[in-house]
Design a protein around this ligand. Structure first.
Ligand SMILES: Nc1ncnc2c1ncn2[C@@H]1O[C@H](COP(=O)(O)OP(=O)(O)OP(=O)(O)O)[C@@H](O)[C@H]1O
Ligand SMILES: Nc1nc2c(ncn2[C@@H]2O[C@H](COP(=O)(O)O)[C@@H](O)[C@H]2O)c(=O)[nH]1
Length: 218
């Protein structure tokens, strides 16, 4: 049983908090804000076969591996989920996620709809799925350009896939439109806080309430 200590001292199961969106809608930005401001949350660092972008750090942003190494990870069952996205392979290393949940941390994922489906099939009760929408197609394209980390060709490819990515919005528990980043962050943070309080994952509630009753009946 994977349990976490809630901030109020009531034990609960750790949760897997997933952000998905079309490329450029703001998952990485919102993830960084969450990690800075939410204690008890750990980022799942994915493995990928895509080339490193300027400014990215191996082991922090991704584990950059070649195709052969990725295939070995799949073969050995080292990935909790994996998918091909924009012609590259991406996958979630299993061990760090299980280790974090075991010591009572929640885990944050920036993964696509295919990975989200796989996680949900494996552990639906512990997965919270949030889909981030851009306010408009023009904003999405502008954001991919201002990020200035991908070639024109890559940006065109991502824009042409955006509509297909969007088509999976209804598979998610929550939808956040990222117009103003502070507003979107506040919404995502509220979702996390509320999900942490859900009765079903607060395994220590029965004991906590019994304790209260004992005190009241003295
Ligand atoms: N609300 C916002 N308003 C304006 N710019 C934003 C907003 N949110 C994020 N951005 C900017 O948009 C760009 C893309 O954001 P980000 O890298 O977070 O997207 P992403 O969804 O993680 O993309 P990818 O899936 O390609 O990794 C970044 O330059 C980021 O600073
Ligand atoms: N199924 C998975 N999808 C992943 C994983 N890590 C990242 N992603 C998604 O890939 C695209 C592109 O990411 P980028 O960093 O190249 O812009 C984006 O939608 C990510 O959410 C993963 O481990 N599994």
């Amino acid at each position: 049983m994977m349990t976490a200590q809630g901030f109020d001292g009531v034990e609960r199961r750790g949760l897997m908090f997933v952000l998905s969106s079309p490329s450029g809608a703001g998952k990485t930005t919102l993830s960084r804000m969450l990690l800075e401001r939410e204690p008890g949350l750990k980022m799942s660092v994915s493995a990928t076969t895509r080339p490193m972008r300027p400014g990215e750090v191996a082991g922090r942003d991704y584990f950059f591996v070649d195709k052969k190494k990725f295939e070995k990870m799949v073969e050995h069952g080292e990935l909790l989920e994996w998918a091909t996205v924009f012609d590259n392979r991406y996958g979630t290393p299993r061990a760090p996620v299980e280790a974090a949940l075991a010591v009572g941390q929640d885990v944050l994922f920036d993964i696509d709809w295919q990975g989200t489906q796989q996680l949900h099939q494996k552990a639906s009760a512990d997965v919270v799925r949030v889909f981030i929408l851009p306010p408009s197609a023009a904003d999405l394209e502008r954001r991919l350009h201002t990020r200035a980390q991908d070639s024109e060709e890559v940006i065109r490819g991502r824009m042409s896939r955006a509509s297909h990515e969007l088509s999976h919005w209804a598979e998610y528990d929550y939808i956040v439109v990222n117009q103003n980043v502070d507003d979107a962050f506040a919404e995502v943070q509220s979702i996390l806080k509320a999900e942490r309080l859900k009765r079903e994952r607060r395994t220590g509630l029965t004991e906590f309430v019994r304790g209260l009753q004992r005190q009241l009946e003295k």
